[in-house]
Design a protein around this ligand. Structure first.
Ligand SMILES: *[C@@H]1O[C@H](CO)[C@@H](O)[C@H](O)[C@H]1NC(C)=O
Ligand SMILES: *[C@@H]1O[C@H](CO)[C@@H](O)[C@H](O)[C@H]1NC(C)=O
Ligand SMILES: *[C@@H]1O[C@H](CO)[C@@H](O)[C@H](O)[C@H]1NC(C)=O
Ligand SMILES: *[C@@H]1O[C@H](CO)[C@@H](O)[C@H](O)[C@H]1NC(C)=O
Ligand SMILES: *[C@@H]1O[C@H](CO)[C@@H](O)[C@H](O)[C@H]1NC(C)=O
Ligand SMILES: *[C@@H]1O[C@H](CO)[C@@H](O)[C@H](O)[C@H]1NC(C)=O
Ligand SMILES: [Cu+2]
Length: 326
């Protein structure tokens, strides 16, 4: 009968669709190359759970080179803002660099990385959950004392809702390709870690048996060790990368970007007011539904158009797996 209103159907489907997530856009000092531009997009938004797999570096197919992905320029020390799809998953966000390499498009990302940023939680709320209230954006600074050249920048959101089970930690990963300019040739960052290699599924950052039974979030530390120090000069010139939490003016809408229409709306909304939500019609299982797309923070601008083929490929991939196994 007609008891189910379209609004009810939309709400229930939106809950399911928002379960997984991809890293889909970045800004350098407030300017973005575009939606899903200069990022190695995986074939779906499903998590990586095998920390020993090459997929732990740059997600599924992320090691395939040449990548076919463009490379964006970023100044050393720049304010780097990432935006992820919305999910309700609890966990930290961390960032890593691979390089310098001659050509980011040719770097597999399998091997040595340095951690340049880590945000686990604030006052007992996981980073991911705070990002939800900020349009799923987060900003940190690239290292200042770093060699010029091409790098892969790996954004990692580890979802811990299944962490009470060994192997239940869910790694969401995206690698951007950047060329760092204005740095200091000859400088390096240390320590480095190996991906795969340095993560262990039984590590207390990944396997948390008491996650739902008294685990204290304020004690949590993400995997991969301490944030690296960049700069080989004297201690005074060395500086760990610093994070700025909760980058942008709050945008309280839920981001569900699974259609090319949503892509267009997000790309077009850069000048709208922060409280605006965009209604996007999508089709799921033959049912016409509406979901809300996140609005890009007003301070963030897009400078390059997204290629049609990239949008088409990624939107079908995003729809491929919407379930969320613990
Ligand atoms: C995890 O990946 C490693 C390396 O590819 C592989 O040897 C191992 O079988 C995988 N484990 C599972 C459970 O798939
Ligand atoms: C990097 O490699 C890609 C793939 O081979 C190539 O298209 C591109 O021109 C190279 N970039 C530079 C700066 O050489
Ligand atoms: C965290 O708690 C402290 C002490 O109550 C407070 O001063 C601070 O503003 C809080 N930080 C955030 C981000 O809520
Ligand atoms: C993970 O750590 C456990 C406990 O220290 C160890 O037994 C196991 O061999 C490690 N696994 C890998 C893949 O290094
Ligand atoms: C959680 O850990 C923090 C830091 O050790 C401590 O201050 C706080 O009291 C703990 N909270 C609970 C509920 O045990
Ligand atoms: C970084 O950029 C974001 C987005 O433009 C902005 O909200 C934030 O204040 C900036 N952070 C710093 C430290 O400049
Ligand atoms: Cu999920």
């Amino acid at each position: 009968m007609l008891f189910k209103s379209s609004a009810v159907i939309a709400a229930s489907l939106a809950t399911v669709v928002s379960a997984h997530q991809n890293f889909h856009q970045f800004w350098v000092d407030g300017v973005s190359p575009g939606y899903q531009v200069a990022i190695r997009m995986p074939p779906s938004n499903s998590p990586v759970t095998n920390v020993s797999s090459d997929d732990i570096a740059c997600n599924v197919n992320g090691q395939n080179v040449p990548s076919g992905v463009s490379t964006a320029t970023a100044a050393a020390g720049a304010n780097f803002t990432v935006q992820w799809d919305s999910s309700s998953h609890p966990g930290p966000i961390q960032h890593f660099l691979f390089g310098p390499v001659t050509n980011a498009s040719l770097a597999t990302g399998v091997g040595s990385w340095v951690k340049i940023d880590e945000w686990d939680e604030t006052n007992g709320t996981f980073a991911s959950n705070i990002m939800e209230a900020n349009g799923m954006t987060y900003s940190f600074n690239l290292p200042t004392n770093i060699a010029n050249g091409d790098y892969l920048l790996r954004s990692e959101m580890l979802a811990l809702h299944g962490s009470q089970t060994l192997g239940g930690g869910q790694f969401y990963i995206g690698c951007a390709q950047i060329t760092i300019t204005g740095g200091v040739d000859g400088e390096s960052c240390s320590p480095d870690i190996q991906l795969p290699g340095s993560y262990n599924e039984s590590d207390p950052s990944i396997y948390i048996p008491d996650f739902y039974n008294g685990f204290n979030i304020t004690t949590y530390t993400g995997p991969g060790g301490a944030v690296a120090t960049c700069g080989t000069g004297s201690g005074s010139s060395s500086s760990p990368a610093t994070a700025t939490a909760a980058a942008t003016t709050a945008v309280a809408t839920t981001a569900v970007s699974t259609s090319s229409a949503a892509v267009a709306a997000v790309a077009a909304s850069s000048s709208s007011s922060v409280a605006t939500s965009v209604t996007i019609p999508t089709t799921s299982g033959g049912v016409q539904v509406s979901t809300s797309a996140s609005v890009v923070p007003t301070t963030l601008q897009t400078v390059a158009a997204t290629s049609t083929s990239a949008v088409a490929a990624s939107s079908s991939a995003a729809a491929a797996d919407d379930t969320c196994d613990a």
